[in-house]
Design a protein around this ligand. Structure first.
Ligand SMILES: Cc1cc2nc3c(=O)[nH]c(=O)nc-3n(C[C@H](O)[C@H](O)[C@H](O)COP(=O)(O)OP(=O)(O)OC[C@H]3O[C@@H](n4cnc5c(N)ncnc54)[C@H](O)[C@@H]3O)c2cc1C
Ligand code: FES
Length: 277
């Protein structure tokens, strides 16, 4: 029986600094043995490990069809600082994918509304890149995305966002809390307020939300006001984790394990759980 804790050997192929503060980097990884390449769906996460340092969980930012697996990581403590010091060519380990994904089947035939703030955009970037594939796009209705950050320099994947803004099959509204003279993006405002202004229809739609707790707190009433029922709103949680496979009890919210039952939950499910997230 294979050991679920054994990481798959991978190589860092590219490191991109994402923001002005230089504390957010995207790591593009490839697996040393292509036969061991991880297959995953948008919303899932994996653990990156560095020998002698440790490991930590991160949402998968690449889409399933993309050759390399991307993780976008904020430098906050010991492990993420060690990861930020790695350069292209370094070996790391990856285990996963873990958890459930965004409800791609439920979303079929419906409009999709994506709401995100700051660096939590990672797994939603995976979702959008997946939905925009020509062979997939036709299965979904209108796609609206409201994505914001404190300042323009903190938005992730800026080159790609500029390309996505030009598309006619995606309504992308980028915003920043403060524009401070910047000429891009053009909308100033907090994500929940901008969402209310954009006012995507809720009649046949599913909303996916990922962001800092304060954004989530104000996004729920905004979505409710727009007519989204709690079972049509999905959130991804990032509770502290150790094993990632439902063994250690580190990540639970009530009787649910975020690593195994989540990280994606509907707002209806979360309403019945203690607010340990
Ligand atoms: C399912 C999942 C997906 C995640 N996806 C991403 C991602 O895409 N990008 C990313 O940068 N991070 C992500 N995280 C958080 C990431 O795992 C932590 O930032 C990392 O473990 C910190 O390790 P560290 O040793 O550098 O910091 P530590 O020394 O462990 O902690 C440093 C600081 O960060 C805080 N912290 C640590 N873990 C978390 C957490 N899970 N939630 C909130 N605060 C935390 C601590 O309270 C402390 O203040 C995710 C976590 C989970 C569970
Ligand atoms: S992280 Fe161990 S049970 Fe979820």
């Amino acid at each position: 029986m294979s050991n679920p804790y054994v990481p798959i050997p991978a190589r860092v192929e590219k490191v991109t600094i994402e923001n002005d503060a230089r504390d957010l980097k995207t790591f593009e990884l490839s697996f040393l043995d292509p036969a061991m390449r991880m297959s995953y769906t948008p919303g899932q996460f994996g653990f990156i490990s560095i020998v002698g340092v440790g490991e930590a969980p991160f949402g998968i930012a690449s889409a399933p069809h993309e050759e390399r697996v991307w993780f976008t990581v904020k430098r906050v403590g010991e492990f993420t600082t060690a990861l930020h010091e790695l350069e292209a060519g370094t070996r790391v380990g990856v285990r996963g994918p873990y958890g459930n994904s965004y409800p791609l089947d439920l979303m079929k035939g419906k409009d999709v509304v994506i709401v995100s703030g700051g660096f939590s955009f990672t797994t939603l970037r995976s979702t959008i890149a997946h939905l925009l594939r020509p062979e997939v796009r036709q299965d979904y209705g209108d796609i609206t995305c409201v994505y914001g950050a404190r300042s323009p320099g903190e938005l992730l994947y800026k080159d790609e966002l500029r390309e996505w803004e030009k598309r006619t099959d995606l309504k992308l509204v980028l915003c920043a809390d403060r524009l401070s003279g910047a000429d891009w993006p053009r909308t100033e405002g907090l994500v929940p307020n901008v969402l209310k202004e954009v006012a995507p229809g809720a009649a046949n739609a599913v909303a996916l939300v990922c962001g800092p707790p304060i954004m989530i707190k104000f996004t729920h009433p905004a979505l409710e006001l727009l007519g989204f029922a709690p079972d049509r709103v999905f959130l991804s949680l990032e509770n502290r984790m150790k094993c990632g496979i439902g063994k250690c009890g580190r990540c639970n919210v009530g009787e649910k394990y975020v690593c195994k039952d989540g990280p994606v939950f509907s707002h209806a499910e979360l309403k019945n759980l203690p607010a340990d997230y």
